[in-house]
Design a protein around this ligand. Structure first.
Ligand code: GAR
Length: 199
């Protein structure tokens, strides 16, 4: 049975991307990572992906000026050309337009470093510390038009410990992100129906 082909969208270091690529190398993993796209040409994750044998492209937004949808059309064309079935956002730090969200509805995942619906947006670890929370974590969810919202597929929780700095807390959450995202992608991949060959 062919496995669904996955693309990962990144903007930076790509540690979640790397966790997904490494998990998908296992013979019994139900999806194949076929493509990485970054909106930043200098994203460290691009070289990491290539080093792991995955095609990696930069699709910068600059040539499209203010036309965000045109940028997304270029990304979408690359996804369709490579027969991608599922898109994983992994530190893709650009708001999507309704165009791309609708195109990939039900087949686009995101990982966010908080227990959504708490703490959408940026600087989650600092805000969790400032609020004196006892628990924090990460969420994998389906992408909808609202930022860091959409049906939750999986969550992992960590304790906030006395004396935690932002960096220490972020690192504790990141360990869970690297475990949770491959699990959540596998669960979705098992449910995706691929078109029959030749259809
Ligand atoms: C991760 O912590 C991810 O959860 C977060 O960006 C980081 C990317 O790191 N995403 C968001 O904040 C999305 N709202 P990585 O490039 O090493 O995977």
């Amino acid at each position: 049975m062919p496995k669904p082909r996955v693309a990962i969208l990144i903007s930076g270091r790509g540690s979640n991307m790397e966790a997904l690529i490494r998990a998908a190398r296992e013979a019994d993993y139900p999806a194949e990572v076929a493509l990485v796209i970054s909106n930043k040409e200098d994203a460290a994750g691009l070289e990491i992906a290539r080093g792991l044998g995955v095609e990696a492209l930069a699709v910068p937004a600059r040539p499209f000026g203010r036309d965000r949808e045109a940028h997304e059309r270029a990304i979408d064309a690359a996804l369709v050309e490579r027969n991608i079935a599922i898109v994983c956002l992994a530190g893709y730090m650009r708001l999507l337009t309704p165009y791309l969200v609708k195109r990939w509805a039900g087949r686009m995942l995101n990982i966010h470093p908080s227990l959504l619906p708490a703490y959408p947006g940026v600087d989650t670890h600092a805000r969790v510390l400032a609020a004196g929370e006892a628990a924090h974590g990460c969420t994998v969810h389906l992408v909808t038009e609202e930022m860091d919202a959409g049906p939750v597929l999986a969550q992992a929780r960590v304790a906030v410990l006395p004396g935690d700095s932002e960096q220490v807390l972020a690192a504790r959450v990141l360990v869970q992100e690297h475990r949770l995202y491959p699990e959540a992608l596998a669960a979705l991949a098992r449910k995706i129906r691929l078109p029959e060959a030749g259809a």
